[in-house]
Design a protein around this ligand. Structure first.
Ligand SMILES: [Zn+2]
Length: 425
């Protein structure tokens, strides 16, 4: 006896017409023509059923603050950081919690059920840390929120930041963050990487740093991060986020860097929407794209995820918690238009970030959590093309969000009044 059977599902790995049985909140069976009784049966009608979307890189303390206290006029990274500095003293815990909870609602509606969010620890009050720890508890029934202690103004450059960061970890923040390229010198940047990796090793925590988020071809902090990951035995627990300098680095140097990252078990997170808008701003033409070398990282065996990074905050006035929009941008910027490339882009917002976050019970195997999304698309490529509607979102086998199927209503003489948006019969 199952609690729920989803019949006639297409799966991201290409299997079609599969049935998924769920019992006690977990997937109990995945097979064709599954027999057995069920409390409820849902017909997926040959549409794609996937484990939920996962965002490997986000800033929930800043989200939905667009326009506070003013709009970023230039749209640049540096004005964004300055603007965040203006907003910080005005933040209240209530407003932070309210905005974060509103964003989590958006996320669930889009089938995004796990988020790794950086939280700024440079404010000695640690207001944002307290607020997001509260939010983490509150959303736990429907969304996994993982927090990174992020010294936005530089752990060495900003007085007291290292102590604040340690306090944030003591309070229960899960991951050690950093921003070596924002320290005053290359040497300070490298020193910050050493200090933070040693702190993570001491406390048995993962590391996820904003790393080389610039167009500087000589920025080398990812090399230092990989070196310390290997030296301290942190393989599989370290992530380099952004890595945009890699776009501009010398090709010979990158050919040496990628094997080092692979050996050190360092993962990479690109943030396509943000990288394509914030990088290359000092260029005239040709103008660099700035996103890290995603296909080359994947070929080297390095796990790569795409993150949303920002939604309606000092750095980015757009965004909607739609990881398919993030993946579609990544696909275009990296020219990953091969069949394998497009599927890798879908994996970069599902399975790959789930692995980077170390999510327990993620996937479609029996025993995995009954966290699933039914999309209005037959396969991952169509889902990317259409930014497909999330028809149903399930958490632990229970429906937590649903959206009506997208249809286009035509009012042309002699044409049907309502056609399937996907143009399939
Ligand atoms: Zn970020």
């Amino acid at each position: 006896m199952f609690d729920l059977i989803l019949r006639n599902c297409n799966l991201p790995d290409g299997r079609r017409g599969m049935d998924i049985g769920i019992r006690d909140g977990r997937i109990a069976a995945v097979e064709a023509a599954l027999s057995g009784e069920a409390g409820e049966v849902i017909d997926a009608a040959g549409q794609l059923v996937t484990p939920p979307f996962v965002d490997a890189h986000f800033h929930m303390d800043a989200t939905l603050s667009y326009g506070l206290p003013r709009v970023n006029q230039s749209g640049t990274l540096l004005e964004g950081i300055a603007l965040w500095g203006e907003l910080k003293p005005l933040l209240t815990q209530e407003a932070l919690v309210e905005r974060a909870l509103a964003y989590c609602d958006w996320a669930v509606a889009k089938g995004l059920l796990a988020i790794r969010s950086h939280v700024d620890v440079c404010d000695p009050r640690l207001l944002a840390v307290e607020a997001l720890l509260h939010v983490k508890d509150k959303v736990r029934p429907y969304l996994d929120l993982q927090l990174v202690a992020f010294p936005q103004d530089g752990v060495l450059r900003s007085p007291g930041a290292l102590d604040n960061l340690k306090r944030a970890l003591d309070m229960g923040v899960d991951v050690v963050g950093g921003i070596p390229h924002f320290e005053r010198t290359m040497a300070d940047g490298a020193e910050s990487v050493r200090i933070l990796c040693e702190l993570a090793a001491e406390r048995g925590l993962p590391v996820d740093m904003h790393c080389d988020e610039s167009d500087d071809p000589l920025s080398r902090h990812i090399e230092t991060l990989a070196f310390h990951a290997q030296r301290l035995g942190l393989q599989g627990r370290v992530t380099g986020s952004h890595l945009t300098s890699m776009h501009s680095m010398d090709n010979y140097y990158v050919s040496k860097l990628l094997p080092l990252m692979a050996e050190a078990g360092v993962a990479a997170v690109a943030n396509p929407l943000i990288n394509i808008t914030l990088q290359g701003r000092h260029d005239t033409y040709p103008k660099r794209r700035g996103m890290t070398r995603v296909p080359e990282l994947l070929t080297a065996g390095i796990p790569v995820a795409f993150g949303h990074d920002c939604v309606m905050d000092p750095w980015y006035s757009l965004g909607s918690a739609d990881m398919l929009e993030v993946a579609a941008m990544g696909l275009h910027v990296a020219q990953m238009t091969s069949q394998d490339g497009m599927r890798a882009c879908f994996a970069a917002v599902t399975a790959a970030p789930a692995r980077i976050l170390g999510l327990d019970g993620y996937g479609l195997e029996p025993g995995c959590r009954g966290d699933l999304v039914l999309l209005q698309a037959v396969d991952p490529v169509e889902a990317l093309r259409l930014r497909a509607t999330r028809l149903l979102v399930l958490r632990g086998g229970r429906v937590v969000a649903r959206s009506p199927a997208a249809v286009a209503a035509l009012a042309l003489p002699g044409r049907p009044s309502c056609v399937d948006f996907t143009h399939r019969s």
